[in-house]
Design a protein around this ligand. Sequence first.
Ligand code: ADQ
Length: 514
Amino acid sequence: MSRLIVVSNRVSAPEQPGAAPAGGLAVALSAALREYSGFWFGWSGETVETFTGEVHTRRVDEVTVVTVDLEDADYQEYYNGYANGTLWPLFHYRIDLTAYDRSFGEGYERVNRRFAGVLAPLIQPGDLIWVHDYHMIPLGRELRRLGVTNPIGFFLHIPWPASQLLTTLPRNRQLVEALFSYDLVGFQTDEWLWAFESYVLGEAGGAWGRDGRLEAFGTTLRAQVFPIGLDVEEFRALAASPVANRAYDRMAAHSVFRSLIVGVDRLDYSKGLEERLAGFERFLADNPELRREVLYLQVAPTSRGEVGVYQDLRARIDALCGRINGVYADMDWTPISHVHRTYRRDELAGVYRAARVCLVTPLRDGMNLVAKEYVAAQKPDDPGVLVLSRFAGAARQMGEAVIVNPFSREEISEGLKRALSMGREERVKRWEILMDGIRKSGVKAWRDSFVEALKASHEPRLPFIESPAILRVRGTLGAGPVAGPKPPVPSAAPGALKRNAKRRRPPPSDAVVI
Ligand code: ADQ
């Protein structure tokens, strides 16, 4: 059987024993890696002063994890810069927050060349390579340049933007051209797939090829929808665990005689937290008789805290919660509890179960797993109600939720009221349909269908190897190792180690994903 190589910016195997349990996605991918006896490759989460290309190999829970350190400048330009300062806002339709600095783009290309240079010698004939997310778009092209002809697939966890937005990105054509080095490109929903097809056909002069493949840039690829899901049974088991029961009891005692409304999000502008709080404020203003009947718990741990816009967002959310509480709180009741911590998955599952309503109102979201987790954690005979943004990828599959426009505070307020007043019979009916849907499109189905489609969409390729002259030029531009043997690892002399001192970068709060 072929080996499977999973590539993502952060590998999600727990770094130390006792670290938070991995999410459903990590569990599913780890299981696949055990089945296919492959390995997981990515950034170590550490930076050093000078890139060496040295790989760190560990076995975590029977999975081989291979990581590489990056340089400080890589971290700033590739990770904080192009990935999270350019592509993330742009792909979430926030061109007002998008940084178009050229140095970020250069850092992004450099890091992808470095990853490819380290990974290529580890690839064997017959291996399947599965690359994840926006940090790694050029990786496939770089692997091809180094002569890798194996099947390589790419899955985008976030939205694909409309062409009118993507064309604001300098070198947008090169970014899309890079995707044509993959055999298969997967999206969460048909909306993001159509936006991609529309760019290829409208902007890149592409065309439909045979068997539904897309042709452009002198080659072809298959683009398909693979909606990501949960390991539903695992999550239901978590929701019934002793830790979940304790969290449930705590929340039930805290909200006695009141309905608990919950929101759980990484603190990110795409999640619509400010708009949601404004919607909740509107609900309090419009429904004086219901005010003291509700408690709203918003769990929003800091993510990407080194990036300025995220620090500003934190300050605005804190101020907004403080203002709403200041206006509406009473001696024995505070409408909003706002916590910054991350919680264990089993604890979160207990909180979901105790909540009568879950507010999931991103302004734009690839899928949104919180929506699915909330549904999976409910009591079948007395489930709560999901209020879901029409702009979350999850809304394409979860039409039985109360669907709202997150930009409208009136719609959030009305959706909340509708959810709080919904009778048990209707709640059960809607929940059963939602539950059936998330069971049918779980994370294992997602994973297996992607891997099968990757095998089926691979077409033999001639090795694409650049001339030694080009490789030399790329080397002198600071590209790092591009092929062949690894560069020498610096000597272990104390001075040398100090000069290349490691720095642990912030925990992967944006990598709850992978
Ligand atoms: P994210 O933007 O991270 O993922 P989401 O799908 O909602 O968004 O996943 C968040 C995960 O983090 C959930 O599993 C949730 O339980 C967990 N989480 C959130 N807050 C937490 C807290 N305080 N403590 C502990 N855990 C917490 C990206 C895309 C999404 C896409 C996923 C998967 O942006 O659209 O659904 O990848 O493809």
